[in-house]
Design a protein around this ligand. Structure first.
Ligand SMILES: Cc1cc2nc3c(=O)[nH]c(=O)nc-3n(C[C@H](O)[C@H](O)[C@H](O)COP(=O)(O)OP(=O)(O)OC[C@H]3O[C@@H](n4cnc5c(N)ncnc54)[C@H](O)[C@@H]3O)c2cc1C
Length: 460
């Protein structure tokens, strides 16, 4: 969009502008709204809202489409792809980054690192900053920093009547509360301010073993995780990787167990401690079985963007997610029975991410979602065509879900939810009604109703 006149012409499904605006990272979940535009300025966001109203359409918002599989059908909506112009601006004194909507985490990581600072980003540098933060955000540093939404210091948005406003804990505090995990449908965010934190060094990487070793190794990891320091955040994955040039041959020869994550040293005098803590995690596992690949090393914060080795390019993905109580050794054995031991695995990845630490502690002044009351985040993901088609992947997801159900909390980390129809379960009734009251104020006609997550509103 460049001029206001162009806004009056609806984009057709074959148009280049429509195709650019509807591009999604998850190729298994194409989106087909009635109309779609890319907005580069606040004025263009306003014009898009006006255009939707003129056509009697609802408004939906996205940036990268990493969460496209969670989007409801949008046949009667105009989709705004947010790609706001401007650079990431770092206020070194206040340790805050101002980030235009549409920016991906990679740009924030780079900008912050120039000042010895780090950002509460997740495993993939290509995920959009805004969608991740509005939905909670499980950072690679999560046990050190807490839920990433707590790092939001301000949110700028355009609401349903076309008004721009800046929300923070003093200005429109109720709206600021709802924006942080309240389930969406509040407007089009145009920029955010995010708190950064100091990092002198990290010990980070990934170690891989044949999945057959997982029965001996995972109980050791779980025992360590029970008493792990907040500076450490790790995850374990059973991976069935395809034989493609991007994957080292040693890792695609059969199913593997991967242990990755980091230990952070906030200041220079903490580096020796961080190295010792990483060793306390890794040495007992390395002693049981030698890894087939091991990249753990001391590094700066930019290295963390590569640790989890997420795909950089769009890929089709089907998956599932649950937040778990402590599964104990019995639950770990169940997890392995349906993943590592499965004779025909359709899941490319089955992951347990370690929670607790700062993630589990309520935070004063938090938004609708401020902490996660669970011990592990399970997520499973399959790429159709790798080791099975969509039906096999869904069936495998269902088998893992059944096996882990005794430890299911019924809640979710909203950013990990993989299906449009999965309830989030992270808001209690009081929070749902409070979020509804705020939506009724800022969007009385329900222009953004299609962007509200399932079970986050009493009226849906
Ligand atoms: C490979 C991969 C790795 C991931 N790793 C992690 C991880 O480590 N931790 C984690 O927590 N999550 C992770 N995720 C999940 C990711 O954080 C969520 O999918 C997140 O919602 C993506 O945000 P986005 O803006 O990129 O996606 P989009 O699909 O573009 O947006 C998601 C939703 O955010 C909202 N939204 C986006 N932009 C705006 C805006 N400008 N105004 C208002 N609403 C907006 C909309 O409701 C939209 O439907 C990962 C996903 C993938 C595919």
């Amino acid at each position: 969009m460049t001029t206001t006149h162009e806004h009056s012409a609806p984009t057709a499904h074959g148009d280049a502008a429509y195709r650019a605006a509807t591009r999604v990272f998850n190729l298994a979940a194409p989106v087909t709204p009635a109309d779609a535009v890319t907005a580069h300025t606040v004025e263009e966001v306003r014009a898009a809202i006006h255009r939707a109203r003129a056509r009697g359409l609802g408004v939906r918002v996205h940036a990268t489409g990493h969460a496209a599989a969670t989007a409801r059908p949008m046949d009667d909506a105009l989709l705004i792809r947010t790609d706001l112009r401007g650079d990431v601006e770092i206020d070194v004194h206040r340790r805050i980054a101002r980030v235009p909507a549409g920016t991906r985490w990679g740009a924030v990581i780079e900008a912050a690192a120039r000042h010895g600072l780090a950002a509460p980003h997740g495993s993939s540098p290509t995920v959009g900053v805004v969608g991740y933060l509005l939905n909670g955000g499980l950072s690679m540093y999560a046990r050190h920093t807490g839920l990433a939404a707590n790092s939001l210091r301000a949110v700028e948005l355009v609401t349903a009547d076309g008004t721009s406003c800046r929300t923070d804990d003093r200005s429109h505090p109720e709206l600021f509360w709802a924006l942080r995990g309240g389930g969406g449908g509040l407007g089009v965010v145009t920029a955010v301010e995010v708190a950064l934190f100091p990092v002198a060094a990290v010990v980070t990487g990934a170690a891989f073993w044949p999945a057959g070793e997982a029965r001996r190794l995972l109980p050791l990891w779980r025992a360590w995780a029970e008493h792990a320091p907040d500076e450490a955040t790790t995850s374990v994955r059973i991976m069935n990787l395809p034989k493609v040039p991007e994957v080292p041959a040693a890792l695609s020869a059969g199913p593997v167990l991967c242990l990755d994550g980091l230990v952070v040293a906030p200041a220079e005098d903490g580096i020796t401690t961080a190295l010792r803590r990483a060793d306390e995690l890794l040495a007992p596992l390395r002693a049981v079985a030698e890894p087939i690949m091991d990249t753990w090393h001391r590094a700066g914060p930019t290295a963390v963007a590569e640790t989890h080795m997420d795909p950089a390019d769009p890929v089709p993905v089907l998956g599932d997610h649950m937040l778990l109580e402590d599964p104990g050794d019995e639950g770990i054995a169940e997890f392995l029975r349906v993943t590592a031991d499965h004779p025909r695995p359709a899941l490319t990845v089955a992951e347990l991410r370690q929670l607790g630490g700062a993630l589990g502690r309520p935070v004063a002044g938090a938004g609708a979602l401020g902490h996660l009351d669970a011990r592990y985040a399970y997520s499973g993901a399959g790429v159709p065509g790798f080791a099975g088609g969509p039906e096999e992947i869904r069936a495998h997801c269902e088998r893992v879900r059944r096996a882990l159900s005794p430890w299911d909390t019924g809640r979710t980390a909203p950013t990990f939810v993989a299906r449009a129809d999965q309830p989030r379960g992270h808001l209690d009734t009081g929070a749902i009604l409070a979020a509804d009251r705020i939506r009724a104020c800022v969007d009385p006609d329900g222009l953004f109703r299609g962007d509200i997550a399932p079970d986050c509103s009493a009226s849906r």
